[in-house]
Design a protein around this ligand. Structure first.
Ligand code: HPA
Length: 282
């Protein structure tokens, strides 16, 4: 099956054109960009002097049709003055089987001049001490499907180092801010599952045995693309449910969305504080 996303020279041209469009529309790049996953979109609503651009205006950017995503870029300032770009909508590998859907957005942000990418998502929890509503700071990940958006690239830089993919200094900054705020933020390991079906209880037990603390259907292709592009990366996961078999609840997308909604305000205000704290260090 051919890819639904631009590749090769067409992708390179789209990145150049997209970065020029962003410069023209918004001026200089903010230092920080955020991919808003389910439950996190509220952070974009509190931005001041916000300006928006639909993904349709940016060549090669995906138009995912996932419930709860609107496919627009929002650029504005937090109340504390941190200028950020927020992506409302991300491509998921389960939509097409192709894991390169975020290549154009992430490389365009880098070409524009962004330095730090914050990836957020909704996840299933694999730990009893991390119930639905908990926030987890991603310290490392498991690429369970063993898929890579870098497959097919040539050149030495495709052999991208992932030993410090989740930036230690950014994590220290955000953990310190969480402590100041009294927000119980714990670090943990995120496991990518391809989806779109939820996991079986046996798969959840396997991921637990591998050392995972949370499971979700996004984020890992994004961090690979971002590290390959030379961006520093931070990850925040909102637990919306216990993993399959860890509670009596049947898993549905509606359940994850409604649990995400319940915690949306807290997640958004924590994210805003995390962005303020990171901004102060750049
Ligand atoms: N599994 C995979 N992805 C998810 C889950 C889950 O339990 N919850 C939210 N996203």
């Amino acid at each position: 099956m051919s890819s639904p996303y631009l590749q090769g020279d067409a992708l390179a041209a789209a990145i150049r054109d997209g970065a020029a469009t962003l410069r023209q529309r918004f001026g200089e790049a903010p230092s920080i960009a955020v991919v808003l996953g389910s439950g996190w979109a509220g952070a974009s609503e509190s931005l001041q002097d916000a300006e928006r651009l639909p993904y349709q205006s940016l060549p090669g950017w995906p138009l995912p049709k996932v419930e709860g995503h609107v496919n627009e870029l929002v650029v504005g300032k937090t109340a504390a003055g941190a200028r950020v770009a927020m992506l409302r909508g991300r491509a998921h590998t389960y939509e097409s089987g192709d894991c390169t859907g975020m290549a154009a957005p992430i490389r365009t942000l880098k070409a524009w001049g962004v330095q730090v990418l914050v990836l957020t998502n909704a996840s299933g929890s694999l730990r009893a001490k991390q119930p639905p509503g908990s926030l987890m700071l991603i310290s490392d990940h498991l690429n369970a499907p063993q898929r890579s958006p870098l497959v097919g690239l040539t050149g030495m830089d495709r052999f991208c180092d992932m030993s410090a993919a989740w930036d230690r200094a950014l994590r220290q900054t955000v953990l310190a801010r969480a402590r100041e705020m009294g927000e119980a933020l714990h670090e943990g390991i995120y496991c990518w599952a391809l989806g779109p079906q939820f996991e079986t209880p046996a798969e959840i037990r396997m991921f637990q045995a591998w050392g995972a603390d949370a499971v979700g259907m996004s984020t890992v292709p994004d961090v690979i693309l971002a590290r390959h592009a030379g961006l520093r990366v931070l990850g925040l996961a909102l637990m919306t449910n216990m993993g399959a078999g860890l509670s009596d609840e049947a898993l549905t997308h509606e359940l994850t969305l409604s649990e995400a909604k319940k915690n949306a305000e807290r997640a958004a205000s924590f994210l805003t504080e995390a962005l303020n704290a990171i901004h102060q260090t750049l």
